[in-house]
Every structure is written in structure tokens, then in C-alpha cells.
Design a protein around this ligand. Structure first.
Ligand code: TYM
Length: 347
């Protein structure tokens, strides 16, 4: 892992990321984020680098969440993390609201970040839509809380999908302005880690739209809780073009739906897109889709089975999260204390 961009001080590497428990997990979340979390956990096992993964429930409530659904979705997300290979003995797993330091540092950052910076955020524009006046203040301030999530651990590396790149860049802007305003070298310049064949998984119905849990059409996405039949049927009905698959990557230009399915295949089979095309080039979708469906079922079914098993004992999930929150607080509390000192707050 490379060092975070220098600010003068060398920060030791630490990994943080989070997912909103605002609905079921999608294949996009899995390939773009969770699989990368697991890789980073396993790659850094022996080096003593902490990997910290959060369920960002305070971000989820920036839009309405039914309370019972929020509780269930938070547990299901934790189950998804664990079933995918995150190990509470190796990574710190917890939900955001249990560690008050996130919101506390988030307030300081609300006072550092500028309105104009927030207004430029693509996710804000997409989620608030035409009715910005009616959006919650929390939705507008969302990226400042995200910066606090990351910086309260002095995290240097943040594995995310492509759509979160802008927010991680804003995190750097907030860190830089804080450091500059107070004449310190306190927060690191965090690097987004956006890697793999599926950093932007697209809708199965429209290759120009991101696969998303909030898309009204369930056919547009694969949910981590879908059974084998649902997965196969969604892939069979996925939108494609009439041509055969190309043998080289260049042949996927202007073919967003074909590219998406090949990217998914590559990510699920741990191959590069070139390797996949060397194998499947020339095949029709009628042949490729069943291959992809079989692969997706083989990879995802064990995870959804394990998620269902873990969900039978919610107390055990809650205990894991409480323990993770205690560990997280131990790292976050001294960072927040120092930030308060820098700002001049009496404690
Ligand atoms: P969220 O909850 O929308 O998504 C969680 C993660 O999944 C990735 N992702 C995708 N990757 C590839 N293709 C897709 N179709 C796809 N859909 C989602 C996202 O890029 C993300 O990595 N703001 C964040 C949550 C957050 C956070 C943080 C992340 C809050 N604080 C601190 C990192 C660090 C979000 O809304 O992600």
C-alpha cells in the first residue's frame, strides 16, 4: 500500500470505509466495495494495518428510513460483511451512531467546509433532485460527516466504488483547509482506492445508469439476498445488443450493456476483462448469459445462505457491533480530543 500523499507528517497506513444500511445490498456494493474490503483486510493482516468498516446509519437517515427497517438493514449489512469474509477478529466492524466521535468531528467539519463545495457534489444533486428546498439539511452536509468518518481515524486509504471518488476528494479538501486554517499538519490526505474490474456496476436494464438499491425496478439489480432463480432470470433478461461478444476490449466501446456484463463476469471470476474476452470472444449472449448466471449463482449463493443464517441470531450481530464500536472509539477519541485542542475548545 502506498503512503497517503505527503502533508509533511508521515501518517501510518490505515483503511476505513462504510456502506449505508438504507436497503438491501446489491451486486454493485459487493463488487465495488465489500470484496475490496475483504481483499484489503487479508492483504494487510500481517502488517498490523487496521481495517475499519462501518455501517453508516447516520448517513442513511439523511433520507427517510422506517425505524424497524433501519435496524434490520443495519444487521443485514453486518451479516453481509461477515458472510463475504470480513472477520471481526481481523477488522473493526460497527455502526456509526455507536461512535459519537463521528458526529462530533462532523460538526467541526461543517464549520470548515463551504456551501459551494457541497453544492457541487453529484450525489447531492442526484438525491435532492429538483426539490432541493425540501431535502434534509443532513443530506446537504452528508460529505462533511463522511470526511469525519474517515479522518477521525486518520485513515489514509478508502476502498470505494467510482461514484464515491468525489466525496473522498472533498475529504482531502476539508483536511487541507483544516490544516491550513489552524496552521497544523494534523489530518492526512486520504487516497481513494478504486480498483478491480467492477468499480462501477451498471443497471441490468440500462447500461448508462449505475446499479442502485434505490432504482424502482428490481430487475435492474442483483440483490445479495436474491435466490438462484431470481439471479438467473435477471441475467437472462438483462438488456444487451444483438452482436456477438468481441475478442478485445476495444470492441466493447459504445456497447455499455455488453461491457457491464463482461466486467461483472471478470470481477466474479477474478480475471481481467482481457482474459475473459480471450475466452468468450465470438460467443452470442444466448451462450454467455447462462455462463454468467451460473458463475453469479455459484459465487453469491453461499453468501446469501450465510447471511440468512447469521440473521437468525441478531443478538450475536449486535454484540459484534458493540465490540467493534468499543475498538473504534479507542482510536477515534484521542483524534477528536486533539482536534478540539487545535480549535481551542476547553475540555
Ligand atoms: P453507498 O452506501 O451508496 O455504497 C457503498 C459502497 O458501494 C459502492 N457502490 C458501487 N460500486 C460499484 N458499482 C455500483 N453500482 C455501486 N453502487 C455502490 C459505493 O461506491 C460505495 O463504496 N457515501 C457512501 C458511504 C460512506 C462512506 C463513508 C464510504 C459514508 N461514509 C466513508 C467510505 C468512507 C455511500 O453512500 O455509499
Amino acid at each position: 500500500m502506498t503512503d497517503a500523499a505527503p502533508t509533511g507528517t508521515q501518517f501510518s497506513p490505515r483503511v476505513f470505509s462504510g456502506i449505508q444500511p438504507s436497503g438491501g445490498l446489491t451486486l454493485g456494493n459487493y463488487l465495488g466495495a465489500i470484496r475490496r474490503f475483504v481483499d484489503m483486510q487479508n492483504a494487510n493482516q500481517d502488517s498490523g494495518i487496521e481495517t475499519i468498516y462501518c455501517m453508516v446509519d447516520q448517513h442513511a437517515i439523511t433520507v427517510w428510513q422506517n425505524p424497524a427497517d433501519l435496524t434490520r438493514n443495519t444487521r443485514e449489512l453486518a451479516a453481509g460483511y461477515i458472510a463475504s469474509g470480513l472477520d471481526p477478529a481481523k477488522s473493526i466492524l460497527f455502526n456509526q451512531s455507536q461512535v459519537a466521535e463521528h458526529a462530533q468531528l462532523g460538526w467541526l467539519f461543517n464549520c470548515v467546509a463551504r456551501m459551494g463545495w457541497m453544492q457541487r457534489m453529484t450525489q447531492w444533486k442526484d438525491k435532492a433532485g429538483k426539490n432541493q428546498q425540501n431535502a434534509s439539511l443532513g443530506l446537504f452536509a452528508y460529505p462533511a460527516l463522511m470526511a469525519a468518518d474517515i479522518l477521525v481515524y486518520h485513515a489514509t486509504h478508502v476502498p470505494v466504488g467510482e461514484d464515491q471518488k468525489q466525496h473522498v476528494e472533498l475529504t482531502r479538501d476539508i483536511a487541507a483547509k483544516f490544516n491550513h486554517d489552524f496552521g497544523v499538519d494534523f489530518f492526512p490526505m486520504t487516497e481513494p482506492v478504486i480498483e478491480g474490474a467492477a468499480t462501477r456496476v451498471m443497471s441490468l436494464r440500462d447500461g448508462s445508469k449505475k446499479m442502485s438499491k434505490s432504482d424502482p425496478s428490481d430487475m435492474s439489480r442483483i440483490n445479495m439476498t436474491d435466490d438462484a432463480e431470481a439471479i438467473a432470470s435477471k441475467i437472462r433478461k438483462a438488456r444487451t445488443d444483438p452482436d456477438a461478444l468481441p475478442s478485445e476490449v476495444d470492441g466493447l466501446a459504445e456497447r455499455p450493456e455488453a461491457r457491464n456484463l463482461v466486467n461483472i463476469y471478470a470481477a466474479l471470476s477474478d480475471q481481467t476483462v482481457d482474459q475473459v474476452l480471450a475466452d468468450v470472444g465470438g460467443k452470442q449472449f444466448s451462450e454467455f448469459k447462462p455462463m454468467l448466471a451460473d458463475l453469479a449463482v455459484a459465487k453469491l449463493s453461499p453468501i446469501s445462505g450465510e447471511m440468512a443464517r447469521l440473521m437468525e441470531t441478531p443478538d450475536e450481530i449486535d454484540a459484534i457491533l458493540r465490540k467493534g464500536a468499543d475498538q473504534a472509539r479507542e482510536i477515534a477519541a484521542p483524534v477528536l480530543k486533539k482536534a478540539y485542542d487545535i480549535v481551542g475548545m476547553i475540555r
